[in-house]
Write a protein of this length. Structure first.
Lengths: 279, 91
């Protein structure tokens, strides 16, 4: 009886946390609409970038870029970090099922991004990408193959939306990171407990969105002589916008999709925990 | 002048060739790299095709339609293949 009550209380707290988080993101969205897309320096979400300045963010972004790049190659080469910071071998089969999972997630993510590109899902927000909600889920459900599919899917979407450039290499690994962070750091990936939902908000929504944004922004800034984007645009518009764009949709849609998709994927033996071994 | 698209194409070709070489020598990860290289070059093909038809960077609804086609065809083919492979594995 008391365990039932404490469980209900935990769920209530979780719903309050989720509701507050979504309300905060909605507030940021309303703030952007009222101040106008042409005034990014006035947006609430841009203020940390204005206060600390482009140089500071370039340094922070550089550290996250280096860390993200090392993790990306390490994971693809079959090494990973487990509990206690131990470096261990991970055995991903890379059999036809894993390869199909990469193709599936790439097609669904890339196709969905392109299918909804330029469509104003929310009035005034033509750049909102509803398919962003899939990226962290693919990591949590399929592990590295899902994260890799997410990276390729974003690359395909760049070609269809007219944003393909060497900057897309940053987008490739940046989107891998969105999927990788919750896959690696969520302890309960079932989307069926208060802990799982709170963990998703911390790792899948906040940390993944910020890391992805700073990763891509640093890459765009470092290559600005080639790509041609001004530093003020990258840190004063692009970086805060990508954080908001990812976090907004992910916070609302992903936990619901995760709740629906986890059982059938787990039942068919496609969940990463059933397909990866650690040595 | 630095050609971004030629650079991206060369990267795709290198990934594909390494993947094929690893796959041919039955090394692990060969299939994965071949797939990455293949999809990378598929993307570059998509870009060159769109650029040639002047659709690249436009706001044409056709681009959304291509996205829907990639989503449906890609997902359907992958699911059919996964089901087939899992069915074979059970037997």
């Amino acid at each position: 009886m008391s365990s039932g009550k404490s469980s209900t209380a935990l769920w209530a707290v979780t719903f309050v946390i989720a509701a507050l988080f979504i309300a905060f993101l909605l507030y940021i969205g309303i703030d952007i609409i009222t101040k106008g897309l042409g005034n990014p320096s006035k947006w609430l979400i841009t203020q940390p970038f204005v206060l600390l300045g482009a140089t500071t963010w370039f340094i922070i972004g550089g550290i996250l870029w280096a860390l993200g790049t090392v993790l990306f190659f390490m994971e693809l080469l079959g090494w990973t970090i487990r509990g206690g910071g131990k470096l261990v071998r991970q055995v991903i089969r890379w059999d036809p099922v894993d390869v199909s999972i990469v193709a599936l997630t790439a097609a669904v993510y890339g196709g969905a991004l392109a299918a909804t590109g330029g469509i104003p899902i929310i009035p005034g927000f033509t750049w909102i990408r509803p398919a962003n909600a899939l990226a962290p889920l693919f990591g949590v459900l399929f592990g590295i193959p899902g994260a890799l599919g997410t990276a390729i899917g974003n690359f395909i979407a760049d070609a269809l939306s007219g944003y393909l450039s060497v900057g897309s290499i940053g987008g490739f690994i940046g989107n891998f990171i969105i999927a990788y962070v919750p896959y690696k750091l969520m302890r309960d990936q079932t989307f069926r407990t208060p802990r799982s939902i709170v963990e998703f908000y911390v790792w899948g929504v906040i940390v993944a969105s910020v890391w992805c944004s700073l990763y891509i922004s640093w890459w765009l800034d470092a290559l600005s002589p080639v790509i041609g984007l001004p530093t003020e645009f990258i840190w004063g518009f692009f970086a805060p916008w990508v954080i908001f764009n990812n976090a907004f949709i992910t916070a609302i849609v992903s936990p619901i999709l995760g709740y629906i998709l986890y059982p059938p994927i787990k039942a068919r033996g496609l969940h990463w925990t059933d397909r990866v071994e650690f040595k | 002048m630095f050609d971004q698209y030629a650079t991206l194409t060369i990267i795709g070709v290198i990934i594909l060739l390494i993947g094929i070489a690893l796959y041919a020598t039955r090394k692990k990860g060969g299939l994965m790299l071949t797939l990455i290289g293949g999809l990378w070059l598929f993307t570059m093909g998509l870009y060159y095709g769109l650029a040639a038809t002047k659709l690249y960077g436009s706001r044409s609804i056709l681009l959304n339609v291509i996205g829907i086609i990639i989503l449906i065809v890609g997902a359907a083919l992958s699911i059919v293949y996964i089901k087939k492979y899992l069915g074979q594995a059970k037997r």
